[in-house]
Design a protein around this ligand. Structure first.
Ligand SMILES: Nc1ncnc2c1ncn2[C@@H]1O[C@H](COP(=O)(O)OP(=O)(O)OP(=O)(O)O)[C@@H](O)[C@H]1O
Ligand SMILES: [Mg+2]
Length: 343
């Protein structure tokens, strides 16, 4: 890859950036969102440039099957990890687990936290032991009967272990048992793996960014996703279509215009969730309210997208006066401090 060895020789610390790039669409791909979780070279270069602007050396490391060899030969002092990995529920753990193997410190959460958080149902189960409210759900495995059980319609149907709104298509809401079955089957065939059906909450939607650890943990003011019009008749869902054409469907309000008590509650819940799941350095957490305004946890992204001018996490940081480069460096600093690496 053309930029793979781009380095500045006089840096103080050699920082690797691990990532998985979006590649040209393969003809075998069955959905338009197949590459959604991967990053563009523009994002990787923006991260590397932010790190180099502080005088460090960077080395770009694509987290594919060449990663072990490249880690051995490049021996970075520290890695800024945004690799999503390939295949299966443990894919986000691949780069962190390898970095542990080679004893190279890295930014962000570890393999266990990334695996757990990618599994939405498992995360909800863990968080309910901390009394974090989360919508009621059922999890369906391929081959098992699809029954609504005690859930109330409408429900939203989504793959249990995908992100970037993968599988949250323009048809993802079921109001009856027949549609539920059809949507679950569609998800099985398109994405494989378990499928989650969750009671749909029709209230306001928020996302909260967290930066740092321990004493220096910072929770950014919540950002509200305000819908201009519904992408799905009658239902506001921040799905793949909306994210692609966000200017048409939504506007972002940060800080969200909410009562102080609601803001405090979002911040309290976010901190509890971040600590309960053992997150490190940064994360973004999605919440939704019910009609009465009660807040519920939807999901956490301990590896939030960092695409400049697109991803929600850098967007909300920017609303708070922290530009992309500064945010990247703050994440790096948080990881370096944990690992005892002097920047
Ligand atoms: N139970 C629910 N009730 C109402 N809306 C929901 C619910 N679950 C998901 N949504 C809607 O669908 C969107 C995407 O869902 P979710 O955050 O679970 O998916 P994701 O693909 O992991 O997202 P991301 O792009 O943040 O990784 C939410 O932002 C929200 O608009
Ligand atoms: Mg989300």
């Amino acid at each position: 890859m053309e930029n793979q060895s781009e380095e500045v020789p006089l840096g103080q610390v050699k920082v690797g950036v691990t990532f998985n790039l979006k590649h040209a669409e393969k003809t075998s791909e069955t959905t338009p969102d197949a590459q959604a979780e991967y990053d563009s070279m523009e994002t990787v270069l923006a991260i590397a440039s932010a790190i180099r602007s502080h005088g460090h050396q960077t080395v770009l490391l694509e987290a594919d099957q060449t990663l072990p060899q490249r880690l051995l030969s490049e021996k970075p002092d520290l890695v800024f990890n945004i690799a999503e990995g390939y295949g299966g529920r443990a894919r986000e753990a691949q780069a962190p687990a390898l970095l542990n193997l080679f004893e190279i410190p890295f930014t962000g959460s570890d393999a266990t936290t990334l695996c757990l958080s990618l599994d939405k149902a498992l995360t909800k189960r863990v968080l309910s032991t901390y009394r974090i409210p989360t919508p009621r759900f059922r999890l369906f495995s391929p081959g098992a009967p699809v029954r609504i059980g005690g859930l109330r319609f409408p429900v939203i149907v989504k793959p249990n272990a995908e992100g970037s709104s993968k599988g949250i298509a323009d048809v993802c809401i079921a109001n009856d048992a027949k549609t539920l079955k059809e949507l679950v089957q569609k998800n099985f065939s398109l994405y494989g793996g378990d499928v989650l059906a969750e009671e749909f909450l029709s209230g306001r939607e928020f996302t909260v960014g967290i930066l740092g650890n321990g004493e220096t943990l910072r929770v950014f003011p919540p950002m509200e996703i305000v819908y201009h019009h519904s992408p799905i008749a009658g239902y506001n869902v921040y799905n793949y279509t909306v994210k692609q054409e966000y200017e048409k469907f939504v506007s972002y309000h940060c800080p969200a215009e909410i009562p102080a008590a609601m803001e405090q509650e979002l911040i309290r819940l976010s901190k509890t969730i971040f600590l309960a799941l053992g997150c490190h350095d940064f994360a973004r957490i999605d919440f939704r309210a019910d009609k009465a305004g009660k807040l519920y946890f939807i999901e956490i992204n301990p590896l939030p997208g960092l695409a400049p001018h697109y991803s929600d996490y850098p967007m909300l940081a920017e609303f708070c006066g922290m530009p992309h480069g500064e945010l990247v460096y703050a994440v790096l600093r948080a990881g370096a401090e944990r690992a005892g690496v002097r920047l």
